[in-house]
Design a protein around this ligand. Structure first.
Ligand code: BDP
Length: 597
């Protein structure tokens, strides 16, 4: 799926700003049929939850409405006109005036609505977007709505981060020609000093295709024609972690020799491969350093913000992080574009978090009923998960920064039914993208003895909390558990192993000379213990600390003002652990992370 951009044949109008806003319980039926009768306005992009002082809005279950007027540029006659929503969390219905023109389910992937037959160039229309933050066993992530003693509907879900909802990413109006480039897929490689860009173009309408690859100075390095082909790049400059290099591929659709559409995208030439217990980028072993993150800031919730994006990347680079995981949902497309340009490696994760009834059973990990059942993660969930994978891979397949798909976070891979649930999804992901390795982040109850799906995947990604949820405050015992756990996975799989979550909640400013949970010293010491263990295993390919920054959670007795496992606070100030990570990841203490003792 192509991101809307402006080209000689395409135009783009950004619809961000402040829109009229209401929750369903405060407006009449069918509020899209007139100007929304509301005193409220909401910022777009932003989650709506933290914008207002009203508790009823913050935890609203049901639909909310956003509305604004939109004018279509005068020069768009004869073009097709689309609305593009970069995300509407978690479901949306789009109304033009009184008419429903589109719907989408899935809160973290974009969608387009063709409105050509409803609008006129130079005309205006009332756009109402109904958005629902509801989660059920038919959504990804799953959740459950319950009606309590007060009669109020409340949303429960099986992940700790707060269920922010609304229009958290940009909204666009754009034009495209009727005969056009509909999609482009690029796969890159190299042989010696010659790179290859294998391209495939999908068209709408009948047209000839011409392609051109330019380097960073704008010089043409390869040209071709036809809807599919391979471009050779002499003296190729590879895209490398920490050293981005991007070419630009321009695709033109021609009618009788005249260019009717043009589209350009950034291309990084690089390869990714898992061989034995190694993770190779450009044929060289790669060791991941970095974080699991969240899209989360004060007031905006999950609203995309370029200032925070730039600053977060600065802080990651300052610590020496070379990668992050888009835990626990696809991030805004701008973040991946930026990662491509910064040379930061991304593990791209779906929104499938909480497919695990074991976590409801607390530390025992005993599910109250089977996770993979019609009651919870059944056929409808699986279908939603498959659709979500199609949309994620469709959106992100051309990003050089994306080196691996993470299909789920902490699913109940130890429970019966996991294999039946995951095998078709793994096959689908491999069909959609045969080039990138697949992984899933392993919950602590899923051990090397009881996990039922690891053989379907390429990389073992472990989330482990020894020293925090298990053996709290006892790093000696924690170290023994961790050592045995990693060894067990190595013995069972022979695959590359990495840690996609490890960490400790930490209250900044709290200090102790003892191993006291919540202190800055304890977070630093816990991470150092994990690193000691990692460095004993040549099969270990990476470490991503949980979490980059503190983040908002739902109310709960395990959380004080959110999850505090950040190495940075929610307003991005470093805790002591940030400095110790910087020393390790930038090699300031004289050794490279991943160098085996
Ligand atoms: C893991 C989850 C992550 C949580 C973390 C924690 O993957 O989303 O935030 O635990 O408890 O199980 O801090």
């Amino acid at each position: 799926m192509l991101k809307p951009i402006s080209t000689p044949t395409r135009e783009l109008v950004n619809l961000d700003g402040v829109w009229r806003f209401a929750i369903d319980s405060r407006v009449g039926d069918q509020p899209w049929t007139a100007r929304l009768d509301t005193p409220l306005e909401a910022a777009v992009p932003a989650s709506y939850n933290d914008l207002f002082t009203d508790a009823e809005i913050r935890d609203h279950v049901g639909w909310v409405y956003y509305q604004r007027e939109v004018r279509v540029p005068r020069g768009w006659g004869g073009e097709l006109i689309f609305l593009r929503f970069d995300a509407a969390t978690h479901a949306a219905r789009i109304y033009l005036g009184d008419t429903l023109v589109g719907e989408h389910i899935g809160g973290y992937t974009p969608f387009d609505v063709d409105i050509t037959s409803h609008v006129e160039a130079g005309g205006a229309f009332r756009l109402t977007v109904a958005v629902s933050g509801d989660l059920s066993n038919e959504t990804i992530p799953p959740g459950k709505i319950e009606v309590g003693m007060t009669g109020k509907r409340t949303q429960t879900y099986f992940h700790d981060f707060y269920n922010y909802a609304g229009l958290a990413r940009s909204v666009w109006l754009y034009s495209v020609p009727t005969t056009r480039v509909d999609d482009v897929t690029v796969v890159t490689g190299f042989e010696g000093t010659t790179g290859s860009v294998d391209y495939r173009v999908a068209l709408v309408g009948d047209a000839a295709v011409r392609v051109r690859l330019t380097d960073a100075t704008g010089a043409v390095v390869a040209e071709g024609s036809g809807a599919a082909g391979v471009l050779e790049v002499p003296d190729v400059v590879l895209w490398k972690p920490g050293a981005s290099y991007l070419y630009e591929l321009t695709v033109e659709a021609l009618h009788d020799g005249v260019v009717v559409d043009a589209y350009s995208l950034a291309v990084g030439v690089r390869t990714v491969e898992v061989r034995g217990h190694e993770f190779l980028i450009n044929g060289e072993p790669f060791y991941f350093t970095g974080f699991g993150k969240h899209e989360d800031t004060a007031v905006r919730g999950k609203g995309h913000d370029n200032a925070y994006m730039v600053h977060d990347f600065q802080l990651m680079e300052w610590t020496g992080a070379n990668s992050f995981r888009t835990s626990h949902y696809p991030y805004a497309e701008d973040v991946l574009d930026f990662a491509d340009r910064r040379g930061i490696v991304v593990i791209d994760e779906t929104a499938a978090v909480g497919l695990n009834m074991g976590v409801v059973g607390g530390m025992s990990g005993t599910p109250p009923f089977p996770t993979f059942s019609e009651q919870y993660a059944g056929a409808a969930t699986q279908a939603a998960h498959a659709q979500h994978l199609r949309e994620l891979i469709g959106r992100d397949k051309n990003h050089p920064s994306v080196v691996m798909w993470c299909i789920a976070n902490e699913p109940a891979s130890n429970e019966d039914g996991a294999r039946e649930y995951f095998e078709p999804l793994v096959n689908l992901a491999r069909d959609l993208d045969p080039t990138r390795p697949l992984t899933y982040s392993l919950v602590m109850f899923a051990t090397f003895k009881n996990d039922q799906i690891v053989d379907l995947f390429d990389v073992v990604s472990m989330n482990r909390y020894y020293g925090w949820y298990i053996s709290t405050g006892d790093l000696t015992t924690a170290e023994m558990y961790l050592q045995g756990d990693i060894q067990g996975w190595i013995d069972r799989t022979g695959k590359p192993i990495m840690m996609t979550e490890y960490g400790a909640d930490t209250q900044p400013g709290l200090h102790s000379v003892w191993d006291q949970a919540w202190t800055e010293e304890y977070q630093t010491d816990l991470l150092a213990m994990y690193h000691r263990v990692f460095d004993r295993f040549p099969q270990f390919v990476g470490e991503q600390v949980w979490n980059f920054a503190d983040f908002a959670t739902s109310n709960g007795i395990h959380r004080v003002d959110g999850n505090k496992k950040g190495v940075f606070t929610r307003d991005r100030r470093p805790k002591s652990a940030a400095l110790s990570l910087r020393r390790r990841w930038r090699g300031l203490d004289g050794r490279k992370p991943g160098a085996v003792d």
